[in-house]
Design a protein around this ligand. Structure first.
Ligand SMILES: [Zn+2]
Length: 112
């Protein structure tokens, strides 16, 4: 995918997203959060996602790891299952609700 995000900003902090052949699970002190296809290093503000996933897996993993970053940044203490369900559900709702995508695009700063 050529339109992969390279990072995002959350609560004034810049996170980097990189797509790699092998995720570096040891780089994350929160080893229980080392997802098979991706990993979030909250201290280093970096997300790694495997670069050999199919499109759906890659999108799901990217959103999954972003939710981990949110969770770790604000100490929500979400479980792995909660992260998985939230990320997959969020993507599914966006995929099946074009009006919602258009609404968000028109009424947020998504256009910039
Ligand atoms: Zn996870």
């Amino acid at each position: 995918m050529s339109n992969r995000p390279t990072g995002f900003k959350f609560l004034g902090k810049n996170y980097e997203i990189e797509y790699v052949a092998h995720v570096d699970c040891d780089s994350s002190p929160e080893l229980e959060n080392c997802y098979l296809f991706g990993v979030t290093n909250e201290a280093g503000k970096k997300i790694q996602v495997r670069d050999d996933l199919d499109k759906n897996e890659e999108v799901d993993t990217t959103v999954h790891e972003i939710f981990h970053a949110i969770d770790l940044t604000v100490d929500l203490e979400l479980t792995e299952r909660q992260i998985r369900v939230l990320a997959t559900s969020f993507i599914s709702i966006l995929e099946t609700t074009p009006e919602l995508r258009e609404y968000l695009y028109a009424n947020t700063q998504l256009q910039s």
